[in-house]
Write a protein that binds this ligand. Sequence first.
Ligand code: 4AD
Ligand code: MG
Length: 478
Amino acid sequence: MITSIKELLISENYGKKINVKGWVRTKRESKNVAFIALNDGSTINNVQIVVNIDSTNEEKLAKIHTGASLSIDGELIKSEGKGQNIEINAENIEILGIANPDEYPLQPKKHSLEFLRENAHLRFRTNTFSAIFRIRHAMIFAIHSFFNEKGFYNVHTPIITASDAEGAGEMFRVSVLPAKNPPVNEQGNVDFTKDFFGKETNLTVSGQLEAELAALALSKVYTFGPTFRAENSNTTRHLAEFWMIEPEAAFYDINDDMDLAENMLKYCVKYALDNCFDDLQFLSNRLKEEEKGKPQDQQSQELIDKLNFVLNNDFERITYTEAIDILRNSNHNKKKKFQYIIDGWGADLQSEHERYLVEKHFKKPVILIDYPKEIKAFYMKQNEDGKTVRAMDILFPGIGEIVGGSQREENYAKLVARMNEMEIPTSEMSWYLDTRKFGTVPHSGFGLGFERLMLFITGMGNIRDVIPFPRTPKNAEF
Ligand code: 4AD
Ligand code: MG
């Protein structure tokens, strides 16, 4: 049995002979003893290894540098040092792998996030990224446990699909046809009937449409899968490959949907505070360091305070129309401080507007409902005013939109009419329309961008730093 450092650090079996394995974070030597801080990724905390220099092979000790992997046999002893309960008196050290400091890119000092992004294959080994990826695991687990507790069934929806769920057309094609001289049809277009699936297929932009099929039988379902969007947005909030959680529930209206989303987000925040406190504390300190130079009014709220604040306050719920009024009448708008000035009803909100509402006006998360139908997807339930749809977006501090969802149009005739208006071919979507033909029910759902949740929980500023291997325009390294 291999004991993790996480387990060792809470153990009080003083005098016990143990074996511990991990990677060297730092080594420092004094006259008779060397101290090695060893980490195995199970926790942000290192275990201190005390090495008696006189009784240790000199050559071996000289080979131990930051990044080397070791297996150590020794005795667990109570530590006199500050901030640690135990340390290990090394009796035998085996070097599993050296890390030559002249070649190893990670030095025992602070590296920039940009540098670490270029070395994403090694960045798991830093305190910052190991903390982030432990939290990422905890959030995946929290989401599954939330839905499981609420009686939602997880369904896997296809990754390769022939439909464009969002109708935005920003998809990656999946094809086995040769890129050079593909077969063409009589009209001179690429002949996808010759392709693997006999039709044009893409990577999915959302599992929603298939989740709806399941919800109209299992009542409450959710998907949690990879999602692909070929939008050329080089921002700190967009990935070409991200993970999305999409619950879909029969008999839910827009209010039930908002309650579900707010509860889910709070559950995740609470789970992080309860289970990832050391890692959050580390990230919080890191942020404080980073913001030290900034003027007071530009510093963001301390990470753990920010999480508690979201946990303990109701989200503000207002309509799109009310939001437009607030924005239009704001001094910010009048002084033309927005890049996109708000002058009328109907405009899509940019992230600067979303963040103004959340960070300056309400100072808490905001849920916007009843958007103009022109700026939303075809499947959303049409309101009686003929102008708006029952959409809801949740806006978060520092992020903007974190959740997008809606009540769905369950009326067959209205849905078909809207699809025709938007020129969405109904003939290829008969499987979807069948849900409205046979036993249709009111139902609702939403999509949570998992990496946007991760940005919020970790306080990181760039979405490339909360997914192990980011996919963005012109970047598919590793
Ligand atoms: O608002 P979106 O496009 O909604 C849908 O896809 C619906 N089918 C969801 C549903 O109702 N089942 O995307 C949902 C969320 C956004 O709020 C955002 O958090 C995230 O997905 N998202 C992205 N995250 C990272 N990179 C991107 N390029 C993203 N695009 C959307
Ligand atoms: Mg959206």
